[in-house]
Design a protein around this ligand. Structure first.
Ligand SMILES: [Zn+2]
Length: 199
């Protein structure tokens, strides 16, 4: 019995380390996992294992991928002349969910945040510049988040790309500020894309 209690306590500790999960929620989740069928509980364990063993960053755009390149980079129907720059894979997914954009992406894996000690060299900027230098892009759309740091990151990138013959634009901003995820509404995103302006 002591053994069981110890393994349950360990599960609770592990769950409590997840963002947004406090001790009480961790306990609820742990007891839930003990109550549900064995298969259902193990499906969660398998999903975690699968994602950690098989998912990596796309070598081209740094989206999440299950092979060398992500499904978007591998799709020949995507518009090869449009490149949309986002901070995180989840921003890309929000834009994809809206189903309006048909070009390619570049995921920075962060934003320049001096106060958090994140400098330009910690982002995927070298690869971005190389893609613009060697690719067939005509336009680079800045879709960093409409925050001070997101704006600063976009400005830095527009300076980096100034010497290349591409048009640099950014999503038009509605009344929302804070996160690109707020653009998930298809109509708002369509407006933001069609109203995009020169940087
Ligand atoms: Zn990719």
């Amino acid at each position: 019995m002591a053994q069981l209690a110890e393994s349950v306590a360990n599960l609770i500790d592990q769950l409590a380390r997840l963002p947004g999960i406090g001790k009480k929620s961790a306990e609820r989740l742990a007891y839930h996992l003990l109550r549900v069928g064995r298969d259902e509980a193990l499906e969660l364990a398998d999903a975690i294992r699968h994602v950690r063993e098989n998912v990596r960053y796309c070598r081209t755009c740094f989206n999440l991928a299950e092979s060398e390149q992500c499904v978007i980079c591998l799709d020949p129907k995507r518009d090869q002349t449009l490149l949309c720059v986002v901070e995180q894979p989840r921003d890309l997914m929000a834009l994809e969910a809206a189903g309006v954009y048909r070009g390619l992406y570049h995921v920075l894996l962060g934003r320049i945040a001096p106060l958090d000690g994140v400098g330009p060299d910690q982002l995927t900027l070298d690869t971005l510049v190389e893609r613009v230098r060697t690719g067939s892009f005509k336009e680079v759309i800045m879709a960093t988040n409409p925050t001070v740091e997101g704006d600063g990151t976009a400005l830095h990138i527009s300076n980096l790309l100034a010497e290349y013959p591409v048009k640099i634009t950014r999503l038009a901003r509605g009344i929302t500020t804070g996160s690109i995820l707020e653009f998930t509404n298809k109509d708002i995103l369509a407006d933001a894309l069609s109203g995009r302006q020169g940087f």
